[in-house]
Design a binder for this molecule. Structure first.
Ligand code: PEP
Ligand code: MN
Length: 293
């Protein structure tokens, strides 16, 4: 009797997420956002403030991250806050400021969309739609974002398994939109010393079981600015296709997520480290192994 032999590098024969799953020929998707390519040879760095607070604040940080070598600009206009009394963003005004800052610096924009009804508005101003951790399970939003035809950055839910995350990606892919980038942003564990636990297992595992690009967000993953650089570099060492980094000109007075935001100077230092690393240690290659190894 012939036994089918499964090796760790074989793609799944039948997958719960057939569109997101590793392909038989192991080719990987490249997701293009303007001139930026996720899943290409070089990691993509997205940087910017947690929230868009004002034109001056956004322009100042956009210019600083562009000068330091960031490839895309982030900034929240619609903010999903834990408390309804916290700053919830500038909304449509914030979107216009993002579009201006993007045009000024030449950086494509990614920003979060919170509700299916806002997808058309956000898609008018942004180059890529972010679906946040709190909305990863929002099927209506996943489908609306997919149907917009814009590239989608899909963050992992706070308590989502890797399979649930890939099934959420499957909802976007099933609309016919193939432009999906995954973002590991930390999960909730028993550990309370850090805001979240950045799951780098997930990064290496996604590269094994999916063809989609995956990036790492060490800002939300740790909640502490002084942990951002080491975890950013660790994410790249684990094979991430890019990073999302929160940056603020004055973190002590940020409207949101100041404690995890890098100053302009610290972001420039991180970019130097990333570029040095690219010369010293390329991202891990996929290894072929025999059965049982
Ligand atoms: C953000 O990127 O600012 C954000 C709210 O992220 P998350 O959805 O990962 O909490
Ligand atoms: Mn934030």
């Amino acid at each position: 009797m012939d036994l089918e032999v499964w090796t760790p590098t074989d793609p799944p024969q039948s997958s719960p997420y057939p569109l997101a799953a590793q392909r038989a020929n192991h080719t990987r998707s490249v997701v293009q956002v303007g001139h930026v390519a996720f899943g290409g040879p070089a990691p993509v760095v997205i940087a910017g403030p947690c929230s868009v607070e004002s034109q001056a604040q956004l322009m100042h940080t956009a210019e600083a991250v562009a000068a330091a070598g960031a490839h895309m600009l982030r900034g929240g206009a619609f903010k999903p806050r834990t408390s309804p009394y916290a700053f919830r963003g500038l909304g449509a005004v914030g979107l216009r400021l993002l579009a201006q800052a993007g045009a000024h610096t030449g950086l494509p924009i990614v920003t979060e969309v919170l509700a299916p009804g806002d997808v058309a508005l956000v898609a008018e101003h942004a180059d890529m739609l972010q679906i946040g951790a709190r909305n990863m399970h929002n099927v209506a939003l996943l489908e609306a974002a997919g149907r917009s035809g814009k590239p989608v950055l899909l963050k992992r839910g706070l308590a989502a398994t890797i399979e649930e995350w890939l099934l959420a990606a499957e909802y976007v892919l099933a609309t016919g939109n193939e432009q999906v980038v995954l973002c590991e942003r930390g999960i909730r564990t028993f550990e309370t010393a850090t805001r979240n636990t950045l799951d780098l297992n997930a990064v290496a595992l996604i590269k094994h079981c999916s063809h989609l690009p995956v990036i790492v967000d060490p800002s939300h993953g740790t909640g502490a600015w002084h942990l951002v650089a080491p975890l950013a570099l660790a994410g790249l060492a684990a094979g991430a296709d890019g990073l999302m980094i929160e940056v603020h000109h004055d973190p002590a007075h940020a409207a949101s997520d100041g404690p995890q935001s890098l100053t302009h100077a610290n972001f420039a230092r991180l970019m130097q480290q990333i570029n040095q690393r690219a010369v010293a240690a390329p991202a891990p290659a996929r290894l072929a192994q025999g059965v049982g190894q």
